[in-house]
Design a protein around this ligand. Structure first.
Ligand code: GLY
Length: 302
């Protein structure tokens, strides 16, 4: 196990860091090193982020891809975004139901002149690419939704409650110095149909430039209203160390919403990583294995 704030040491062609979503609920730490290993199929930061996130999307325990949460209407509306810091290109999709939304986000980046595609256009692009549709979520997510309908859900089950927030993401730096950030989510439990979170919004849920790659996790409205990923990235571009940048941006988010679980993961062009969160649990992994982030205090509203 390593602490965030460390620097790159191991010989690996692409340095990849992944996370499985912050939570305001105490959960057993999940070993996500499988996603870091899977990323090594590619020598580019872009390919590595896509490969890592596809693995996380296939993990039934994580709220993305197959394990996506249902919205209040019982629908699946997944979001994802990916940014190539070396070119400044961004691709994202919102409100779609495919098994691996990050693949579709990358296709938007590479094969269209657009940044964010939704609805029928996104569905058509997925079909053209032969991407597997997402027909249903896991039995446990369906049971969670049924409980919310029957009124048996616990007190913290309202939209935006710290227990209800998950997203997956990855940042990577390759040997050519290219940085990439990507994010994917099923959304937030209790969200209305049509709601879009921060994960497909550049600057809010993810950010990448030639100097830094950042991803956020937490209730999307908070990240959108503050452009939290951009803020953390800009601090690093101005010379602040990634760990310090994550902590100060998290402190700003805490001033705005003291009870919201939130996390930020950042990687700079020197391979320095930073990770900080507010909440009860957050699983991360990197080239050195399972990783700890600095935990800041979360003020409960109950
Ligand atoms: N961060 C995930 C969402 O708000 O949709």
């Amino acid at each position: 196990m390593i602490d965030a704030g460390g620097s790159a040491t191991e010989d690996q062609s692409v340095r990849v860091y992944v996370h499985g979503g912050v939570s305001g609920r105490t959960r057993e730490a999940r070993d996500l090193t499988y996603a870091v290993a899977a990323a090594q199929v590619s020598s580019s930061a872009l390919g590595a982020v896509e490969a890592a996130i596809m693995k996380l999307e296939d993990d039934p325990e994580l709220n993305a891809g197959y394990g996506a949460v249902l919205n209040v209407a019982g629908g699946l509306e997944l979001d994802a975004g990916i940014a190539d810091g070396s070119t400044g290109a961004v691709g994202a999709v919102a409100g779609i139901a495919v098994r691996n939304p990050i693949r579709l986000a990358r296709a938007v980046l590479e094969h269209t002149p657009h940044v964010l595609v939704t609805g029928q256009g996104a569905a058509r692009l997925a079909e053209e690419l032969g991407l597997a549709p997402l027909e249903d979520t896991t039995p446990s997510q369906r049971a969670r939704w049924q409980e919310s309908l029957s009124g048996k859900a616990s007190a913290g089950d309202g939209f935006g409650a710290p227990e209800q927030v998950d997203t997956v993401g990855a940042v990577a730096l390759d040997e050519r110095g290219r940085l990439c950030a990507g994010s994917s989510t099923g959304g937030v439990a209790g969200q209305m149909a049509g709601r879009v979170g921060d994960s497909p919004l550049f600057g809010a849920g993810f950010y990448a430039s030639r100097a830094v790659a950042v991803i956020g996790t937490g209730v999307g409205e908070l990240f959108i209203e503050t452009l939290a990923s951009l803020r953390a990235g800009h601090l690093i571009e101005c010379g602040v160390a990634p760990q310090q940048a994550c902590e100060s941006t998290l402190a700003m988010l805490g001033e705005r919403r003291a009870d919201a679980a939130a996390g930020l993961l950042a990687l700079d062009d020197e391979g320095r990583v930073g990770a900080a969160y507010r909440g009860d649990s957050w699983s991360l992994a990197g080239p050195e294995g399972i990783m700890d982030a600095v935990r800041l205090e979360l003020v409960s509203r109950r």
